[in-house]
Design a protein around this ligand. Structure first.
Ligand SMILES: *Cc1c(COP(=O)(O)O)cnc(C)c1O
Length: 357
């Protein structure tokens, strides 16, 4: 199978195999990973490694803490403002996709939101680069890769001089390219795209920005409690964290972020070049903003789209149907997707174009 699913999505084959073994017999303990206590030394070692691999792969400085939390990225949409924004204060948000829009909606429950730029009117087909951030903003929130519409901020340094703490939803491009992660004060990512199994969130936060709001925060919602307890405040999503650890190990072994960035570049270049060379396909977003993770395109003759999807299915290619709000195609090229799969897809696109146009 060639799995281009947008999320949950493909993980490295060896991660599936290792995780499968651990469900039956974890590290030769005779017990399943699903039946051991989360406070055992065996699981603590998993959590420690999952945290330290993130620090290493992201090259984080000592101000940054790593957490594994429940609730998916959507929980971060409200947990972030709950921890960082007082009711009378302003937070700045970029509106570049449905996910960013949802984050804006949740932040409004906790304080004032100023939307500093939006491409909503243009159907989120480009990234608006002219914006100014109020100096009084408590933070600026961005979405680094826009999963549904297929745009990605290629030059993140645009945000580094905003003069306010920087918060990023990196759910769909975390650890896919070299970024100076220390420039961000808070990063979050649902695991099920580039990192591991659904059911856990990676959150990286600078200690400097925490503890400054005056509202009461429920114990489970306060980042500081999770940091203090090493993400073992309550029962963590044990298996999901384990799968993240295995995926992070794989990434390190494969040469880390620099090496995966190269492969991701190769995959996306091959696909975009194929789209641009075949008149029957058309990319849907501004070229300079094209995502290397989620490639969105349509057919000039939409009537043939289902026929193409059928042929894909016959060739073991799955998960390329566009989001229900956009139609067309969305091909997700997350870290674990091999270049070989992109070759199979682009070959089929070429032969389909020859036969039908
Ligand atoms: C998938 C996704 C989300 C939502 O993640 P959940 O874990 O389902 O809540 C949020 N933001 C981005 C950028 C995403 O790609």
């Amino acid at each position: 199978m060639h799995n281009f699913n947008p999320g949950p999505s493909i993980l490295p084959q060896e991660v599936f195999e290792e995780a499968g073994k651990a469900v039956v017999n974890f590290n030769n303990t005779g017990l399943s990973i699903l039946e051991i206590g989360h406070r055992t030394d065996a699981f603590k070692a998993v959590m420690d490694e999952a945290i330290s691999l993130v620090k290493e792969l992201m090259q984080l400085d000592d101000h940054h803490e790593v957490m594994y939390l429940h609730g998916g990225a959507s929980t971060q949409f409200f947990q972030v403002p709950m921890n960082l924004l007082n009711e009378t204060e302003i937070a700045a948000y970029t509106d570049t996709d449905i996910w960013g829009a949802k984050a804006i909606k949740e932040a409004r429950l906790f304080g004032h939101v100023e939307v500093v730029c939006s491409s909503k009117e243009a159907g989120y087909t480009y990234l608006p680069k002219q914006f100014s951030v109020p100096k009084t903003a408590k933070y600026l929130h961005i979405t680094t890769n826009n999963t549904i519409y297929g745009t990605q901020w290629q030059d993140l340094s645009l945000f580094y001089n905003a003069g306010v703490p920087l918060v990023a939803d990196m759910s769909s491009d975390i650890l896919s390219r070299e970024i100076d992660f220390n420039k961000f004060d808070l990063i979050y990512a649902g695991a099920q795209k580039n990192l591991g199994a659904a059911g856990v969130n990676l959150v990286v936060a600078s200690k400097k920005i925490l503890g400054k709001v005056n509202r009461k925060i429920p114990v489970m919602m306060d980042y500081r409690n999770h940091i203090e307890n090493g993400s073992l405040l309550n029962t963590p999503p044990v298996f999901a964290v384990y799968v993240c650890m295995l995926t992070l190990r794989w990434l390190k072994k494969s040469g880390g972020v620099a090496a995966i960035q190269k492969i991701n570049h190769e995959k996306s270049t091959l696909l975009y070049e194929t789209i641009d060379s075949l008149p029957c396909f058309k990319g849907t977003v501004a070229k300079e903003d094209r995502s290397k993770m989620n490639v969105c395109f349509v057919m000039t003759d939409p009537v043939l789209e289902n026929k193409f999807l059928d042929e894909c299915k016959q060739n073991g290619i799955i998960g390329i149907k566009g989001h229900r709000t956009t139609g067309g195609f969305r091909v997700s090229l997350y870290n674990a997707l091999p270049l070989e799969s992109v070759k199979v897809l682009t070959q089929l696109m070429k032969s389909f174009a020859e036969k039908n146009f």
